[in-house]
Write a protein that binds this ligand. Structure first.
Ligand SMILES: [Fe+2]
Ligand SMILES: [Fe+2]
Length: 366
């Protein structure tokens, strides 16, 4: 900025302490990483997960005598995935200014749409629901619309991480039942290789979704730790599965899922929250709450330093930095392969706010 800049403009320029990244710069770095990740993701999706809801499974070989509880579960999965167009349009609108994120949501939507169709096929070929029932049920589902659970992009992104992991867990546990591994008396002895393959195929997609959104949350956690930790705390204290307010027979579905040992509150704590926390370097809920409480203290001359420190003590920032670096290595490799690297490479930029002293060499270079 030169001395010729009018004072009115000077006043409106956000002040960033020297040596730190401005929010605009942080946003640019996050956007670039999302874009690189999205392009890597799309190539990978087409190469490894390009299945078809009708033709990738031997639908005629699906058992016509599945336990009724299994059909209830599959029908519930079909119902939740039925809102794929709502999920996609709402999320695309939320992030429409971001090339990487909005294009990703379209790709993601095209994968979720396959899940809806595959689960519908499973309901139909179970032969325990008539085509008329399915058509009416679908009409009821679609008479209601899903809308975003949170008003802002960070919190919705965080929500999606937990939701994708929970969904993956639901499908993996149904897969285990279909492989004859249920320990519940009412499902013992049941086996269906076609259903197992459907559940596994969709669960692999959900794992890929989880990883994409997880990388996104890591980026935010690395550049905007305070807001991201707040969002995480908010999401876990209010979490419910998507469309739980919309699906007409949700209670029966949820009860059946719980009784089958597929998913319940304990699974959410142990196999969703704890897994996400581990992947984000957050030790536990208590540490998260305590860290956030400390950062909310009004900073004054005496405790400002302590408030800043408290943010970084809430999670293992060394681990997160290592993961963000690894993401960039993956993007760089992809860009070298295509040729983008010669013209416009994505580059990792360290967040100077990250305390350096405590970062061990080995941790930093991981
Ligand atoms: Fe899905
Ligand atoms: Fe998904």
């Amino acid at each position: 900025m030169t001395s010729l800049t009018p004072p009115s403009i000077l006043a409106s320029v956000p002040r960033t302490p020297p040596g730190l990244l401005s929010n605009a710069e942080k946003d640019r770095l996050i956007e670039r990483a999302f874009l690189g990740l999205y392009r890597w993701y799309t190539a990978r999706s087409q190469e490894t997960r390009n299945w078809n809801a009708d033709k990738s499974f031997d639908w005629r070989a699906l058992r016509p005598d599945m336990p009724k509880e299994v059909v209830t579960v599959v029908q519930g999965f079909f119902a939740v995935e039925q809102y794929a167009p709502d999920y996609t349009s709402e999320l695309v609108n939320l992030v429409r200014r971001s090339h990487g994120r909005s294009h990703f949501q379209l790709r993601w939507g095209s994968e979720e749409e396959k899940h809806a169709d595959a689960w519908e096929n499973a309901v139909l070929f179970s032969r325990q629901r008539s085509p008329e029932f399915i058509a009416e049920y679908k009409e009821r589902l679609r008479s209601l619309a899903w809308s975003l659970p949170f008003p802002d992009a960070i919190t919705n992104l965080v929500y999606t991480v937990f939701q994708e992991r929970a969904t993956q867990l639901n499908y993996l546990n149904l897969m285990n039942i279909a492989r004859g591994k249920s320990t519940k008396p009412h499902l013992a002895g049941f086996e269906d290789p076609v259903l197992a393959k459907v559940a596994q195929t969709i669960a692999v997609d959900e794992a890929a979704h989880y990883n994409f959104f997880l990388e996104g949350v890591r980026l935010y956690l690395y550049y905007y730790p305070r807001q991201t930790l707040e969002a995480i705390r908010h999401v876990i204290s209010t979490f419910s599965m998507p469309a739980s307010q919309l699906v007409p027979d949700w209670e029966e579905f949820f009860e059946t899922v719980y009784r089958a040992g597929i998913y319940g509150p304990r699974d959410f704590t142990r196999d969703v929250v704890q897994v996400v926390f581990r992947n984000l370097g957050i030790e536990g809920r208590k540490q998260l709450e305590a860290g956030i409480k400390a950062t909310r203290e009004v900073p004054d001359f005496e405790n400002e330093g302590r408030v800043q420190t408290a943010i970084w003590e809430t999670f293992d920032y060394g681990l997160v930095e290592g993961d963000v670096k690894r993401l960039h290595v993956k993007i760089e490799e992809y860009e070298r392969e295509v040729g983008f690297a010669d013209l416009d490479p994505t580059e990792f930029v360290q967040n100077p706010e990250v305390p350096r002293g405590a970062l061990g060499e080995s941790q930093e270079d991981k």
